[in-house]
Design a binder for this molecule. Structure first.
Ligand code: AMP
Length: 445
């Protein structure tokens, strides 16, 4: 088994790792770190939860520890799809780089620009940004990009879903041609692979888990329920299961506040998180949930990716997600780091097609439970299924077609000017190549 000290990292970094209590590198770290240190481009297929962040963060710290940044000229750039993920990555840099003299700045929408500009003026080694705010500040002349030596595109498949690809292409076009690029995605469907070739040169490919595998430690259930009875079913199930905490995912942002209010009236302590909330509310909700002050979070898929909160008992899919992969990401919020978790998906008669897509993707049957009598179901492991042609079912023929598993949605309504639409402030260019429709994106995150 490889040890961290064999990977060629500085004593200062090794000391910070040791303090975190990590004894050995995770597989993605073991595979990616040597190639990043060699200066190679990397195409990484890894989900959050695999230790991917340290997989790029540690070697970047090593590389960037020699040299220093000039004012407004960051030396590396990491793009993240959500503000929460960007903040989490910034936190990792701070933790792993605590014994190094290096600077890191976070550029995301939802916060005032002044502080961010001041930080940039002082010079930063690592800039972590969401694409919209990054372009905004570039266009205002607050950032110069010609000193970028390492460019990281994280969660590329989510970026595609959220319509960030045109912005990323634009940003990549502003960077020096000679640079190192690291491209990570939780899944590697053909359109992502094609996209990666736009940014990478002779990349080393590293992959740690087959796309769309659900964590072993998550016991998955579905509950067939009439659409009008979902709220009551959720209340009853929450009362029955006596969970310490849980995420409750809705497909549409507009349903979140109503459900949160309903649960509050029923005596549960809940917070809400979705992309239309002001940033301070998003931060506050996350903090209350993370610290255990509030046990239930009703949220959109903005919370489905990458949020690393340990010890979450369960995930509820109040709605079956439109995309089968979102199911995998949502339930991945529980059963983390080898612990056990449960997922409960509410399925109405209209959801059969979406459920079938999930079955096809994860290749497992999901155990059905009933609420009547509240008999506790046997917690049998889910059955393995033979491998069908999952991705063909899910994707259109051409790379960026709207997948067939998405439910048809009403045409998008134009929001009033100035209104934040999900990640709208991070989205000056609405998508042209997204895997989900604009109206879905607008409703969803
Ligand atoms: P990530 O996939 O980067 O979101 O990381 C998931 C979790 O794994 C985070 O809580 C990390 O702190 C943790 N982690 C990262 N590397 C290691 C390691 N080598 N050993 C144990 N835990 C780790």
């Amino acid at each position: 088994m490889v040890e961290f000290k064999e990977l060629g990292l500085k004593p200062e970094i090794l000391r910070a790792i040791e303090e975190r209590g990590y004894t050995t590198p995770t597989p993605i770290q073991e595979m990616a770190i040597p190639y990043v240190l060699m200066g190679r481009d990397v195409l990484g297929c890894a989900q959050t939860g695999t230790g991917k962040t340290a997989g790029f963060c540690l070697p970047m710290l090593e590389i960037l520890s020699s040299g220093s940044a000039k004012a407004r000229m960051p030396r590396s750039l990491i793009l993240e799809p959500t503000r929460e993920l960007a903040a989490q990555v910034a936190e990792s840099f701070t933790k792993y780089g605590k014994y190094l003299n290096f600077t890191c700045a976070l550029l995301t929408g939802g916060y005032g620009m002044d502080e961010q500009i001041k930080k940039l003026d002082r010079g930063v080694d690592v800039l972590i940004a969401t694409p919209g705010r990054m372009l905004d500040l570039f266009e205002r002349g607050n950032i110069l990009l010609h000193d970028i030596k390492i460019f990281v595109i994280d969660e590329a498949d989510r970026m595609l879903d959220m319509g960030f690809i045109p912005d990323i292409e634009k940003i990549a076009g502003l960077l020096p041609k000679i640079r190192q690029t690291l491209f990570f995605s939780a899944t590697m469907p053909p359109e992502i692979r094609t996209l990666s070739s736009e940014f990478l040169m002779n990349p080393k490919e590293v992959s740690v888990s087959p796309p769309a595998t659900t964590a072993e430690g998550v016991i998955q259930f579905i509950l067939r329920v009439d659409a009008r009875k979902k709220r009551d079913a959720l209340r009853d199930l929450l009362r029955r299961e006596q969970l310490k905490n849980a995420f409750i995912f809705c497909n549409r942002k507009k349903d979140i506040s109503g459900l949160a209010e309903f649960l509050t009236r029923q005596g549960f302590s809940v917070v809400a998180l979705h992309g239309d909330l002001p940033q301070n509310k998003r931060d506050e909700a996350l903090e209350k949930f993370r610290t255990g002050m509030v046990p239930f979070m009703v949220c959109s898929d903005v919370a489905a990716r990458g949020l690393d909160i340990k010890g979450v008992d369960a995930v509820f899919n109040f709605d079956v997600p439109f995309g089968a992969e979102d199911y995998v990401h949502r339930i991945g919020r529980t059963g983390r780091a080898g612990s056990e978790g449960k997922s409960y998906t509410f399925v109405t008669p209209d959801d059969d097609k979406l459920l079938q897509n999930i079955h096809t993707l994860i290749r497992k049957d999901i155990q059905e439970i009933r609420l009547e009598g509240l008999a506790r179901p046997a917690e049998a492991p889910v059955q393995e299924r033979p491998a069908p042609q999952a991705r063909e079912l899910r994707r259109g023929r051409s790379g960026y077609e709207r997948p067939r598993d998405r439910a048809p949605r009403p045409p998008r309504e134009q929001p009033p000017t100035g209104q934040t639409v999900g990640f709208g402030e991070d989205l000056p260019n609405f998508l042209t190549k997204s895997r989900i429709s604009e109206s879905q994106k607008e409703d969803t995150f």
